[in-house]
Design a protein around this ligand. Sequence first.
Ligand code: CDT
Length: 314
Amino acid sequence: MSRIIRVASAQMGPIAKSESRAQVMTRLLDLMNEAKSRGAELVVFPELALTTFFPRWVIDDEAELDSYYEAAMPNNETAPLFDAAKRLGIGFYIGYAELILENGHKRRFNTSILVDRAGNITGKYRKVHLPGHAEPQPGRAHQHLEKRYFEPGNLGFPVWRAFGGVMGMCICNDRRWPETYRVMGLQGVDMVMLGYNTPYDHTGHGDIDALTNFHNHLSMQAGAYQNATWVVGTAKCGVEEGSKMLAQSAIIAPSGEIVAMASTIGDEVITAAADLDIGKRYRETIFDFSRHREPEAYRLIVERKGAIPPPETA
Ligand code: CDT
């Protein structure tokens, strides 16, 4: 059986606050059609791909806040994407803000789903690493209030057998954390899909923010190589409501090499033929986890037994 997935990353330019779900849907459908016309069987859309990146604002009005969330998926407004997936025979990853009602309480997550080629939801992931703050930070041009508007994900980092391989998901800031990839790597993940919204002023420190492009690829390339997996990272980018956001969506091989990269800061599709057996070769050699990892040593270090004590600080 072929272990090649023809995968697309469908980068999106800015989504204006005034843009309706129907308008966004038209863009998503155009991107999906473009991906299909290039032979893709799977397309990866960004994080929070249905709305503008609303955590940049303090939103006190609950009805307004709720308007950025999906209470069901699919719903009337997103159904056309699922219908198109089924008609075209193309799967997709998409990020959105999820609102659920549990015991009469609202719960909010930054979520992604994997939809198969028949238009059915195969997997759901809720973002674990929420960046930013719960309270507005004085002096910042744009807030980053993910900790105010979302709970940390409660589904772990599961993987799914789909598209002829083992598929995993994460979202934006998750890509900077080695644990994200390693937890999926230990489950034999072949491809990690992720979407991101990364403002260029995200830390507020000029020296760090100047390296935004570098750190984006560094994280994804290291995650791919060290875990013998493909990584598909898709941006929502450009200048969105005055906030300049990183582009450079990329498809990265288990070698750590970028095999396709977006060259614009707008809606753009890139594709690659991802041979999952490349990852298998790394997993059977340099990253044969069962032969070369030393979980007991890691456990001792974590428990600080047998570890060299850190130097005294003045
Ligand atoms: N959306 C998201 O997670 N963005 C973060 C940057 C914001 S940190 C205040 C990222 O890691 O790209």
